[in-house]
Design a protein. Structure first.
Length: 160
């Protein structure tokens, strides 16, 4: 995971919060993995990684965070793909499998995913996955050091 983050540091910077130098250390990576595992145990998040078959290296990540039960039964989708694998349909394949898990195994009703208005790759990916635009939020997230607007999208589980 650390090698993935290091290799994609510049590539992902426009779409993520500013990361301090500690983020790119083995110890910080270990802590994030422990935190992700605990969130999975607690039922508040699920993380997936995609590995390249021949090298066994991480090439994409997908997660469901802020899982809320009760009458909402919803979560947020996040994802990233290694810059060398962009535009090959990999993220669609990974996200599609993860969504099946969220709706099937987790029994969630709603998945929300937001993207920067300028992120046309995310817009196209979410559209291909069946997400529908629900709105527009001004100054929603601090990305790359600046409060950014976001396009709000959701996917509803038609089975439940």
């Amino acid at each position: 995971m650390l090698a993935y983050q290091m290799a994609n540091k510049e590539h992902l910077a426009p779409w993520e919060p500013i990361r301090d130098s500690d983020f790119y250390t083995a110890e910080s990576c270990r802590r994030r993995c422990e935190s992700a595992y605990q969130a999975f145990i607690d039922g508040t998040a699920v993380s997936f990684i995609a590995l390249e078959r021949k090298s066994n290296k991480m090439i994409a990540g997908c997660n469901f965070s802020n899982i809320v039960r009760g009458p909402l039964q919803a979560c947020y989708l996040g994802y990233s793909v290694h810059q060398e694998f962009e535009g090959q349909g990999l993220m669609h394949e990974v996200a599609q499998a993860a969504i099946q898990y969220a709706f099937g195994e987790l029994g969630l009703h709603r998945i929300m995913a937001n993207h920067l208005p300028s992120n046309l790759r995310s817009q196209k990916l979410l559209g291909r996955l069946g997400f529908e635009r629900e709105g527009y939020a001004r100054a929603y997230l601090k990305i790359a050091g600046k409060w950014e607007d976001m396009v709000l999208n959701s996917l509803i589980n038609s089975e439940g």
